[in-house]
Design a protein. Structure first.
Length: 265
């Protein structure tokens, strides 16, 4: 039975072929609501494309997947409504010129305008502001970001944040919309061992609170459910042929190009 909050995620023979060949193929897994799933694989193996396909942002070309009981790619629009993106290069990045407060206010405003019911939009302005602030405070607490400890509190620019602080801010922004699925790219990129442990502790706490988490990473820690995009052992016989085929996107620009050319579902 589906959780009232977290979304189950699963795929069967899931694949996406872009203008440069297969981004990923033969992906299969199943994760219940509230799971923490690490998407592992070498650079260029389609990890980011898989993340975007599972959140309804890219249209798969082979197999099927289900998120919260919604079938992909047919139900991509409803999936996008229950899934939120954390940091994904070229797709959902923090603006380094913005302050923390500006990012938070913008996301709360968008959530209040496009993610709220008509009745809530008709409430008094002061009440709507209080509701938005409550959402922000709850998201910051869930992401473990203490804005008072930042150099200029909420007036701190994103460019002045440490990598782990920027990650926490991105997660907080995603959680403002109370998604059932949180997806983020490069969860452990450029982090020290201590910061990497903090990042995974954060994602684990989000999952334990009920939100399903998908995180692209180089190596997931013990206890995390792992989905791999690297070639499976049984595909070894076709490896040499694959090496002669067009390669999948390997850079941020190429991933963004594939995102645009494949099209939103």
């Amino acid at each position: 039975m589906e959780s009232p909050h977290g979304a189950s995620v699963g795929a069967e023979d899931f694949g996406l072929k872009g203008p440069r060949g297969w981004a990923f193929r033969h992906v299969g897994f199943s994760a219940p609501p509230g799971s923490l799933v690490g998407i592992e694989g070498p650079s260029g193996s389609g990890r980011t494309c898989l993340l975007l396909a599972l959140t309804g942002r890219m249209r798969a070309t082979e197999g099927s997947a289900r998120v919260g009981g919604l079938e992909l790619p047919r139900k991509a629009a409803p999936v996008r409504r229950i899934a939120a993106l954390g940091p994904v290069p070229g797709v959902s990045e923090l603006d380094p010129a913005f302050t923390v407060a500006e990012h938070l206010r913008e996301r709360a405003l968008l959530q209040g305008r496009y993610g709220a019911s008509l009745r809530s939009l008709l409430r008094p302005r002061a009440e709507r502001r209080a509701t938005a602030r409550a959402r922000i405070d709850a998201a910051l607490e869930a992401a473990g970001l203490d804005t008072a400890a930042l150099p200029k509190a909420e007036r701190t620019s994103v460019r002045d944040l440490e990598r782990i602080e920027a990650l926490r801010l991105s997660v907080a922004l995603a959680l403002i919309g109370t998604p059932r699925l949180l997806a983020l790219d490069d969860a452990d990129l450029k982090l020290s061992p201590a910061e990497r442990a903090d990042a995974w502790a954060l994602l684990r706490s989000v999952a334990e609170a009920g939100t399903t988490v998908l995180a692209v990473c180089s190596e997931a820690p013990e206890g995390v459910r792992v989905v791999r995009t690297s070639p499976a052992a049984e595909d070894a016989l076709t490896k040499s042929a694959a090496e002669d085929a067009p390669t999948a996107p390997t850079t941020e620009e190429e991933t963004a190009d594939a995102f645009a050319e494949t099209g939103r579902a």
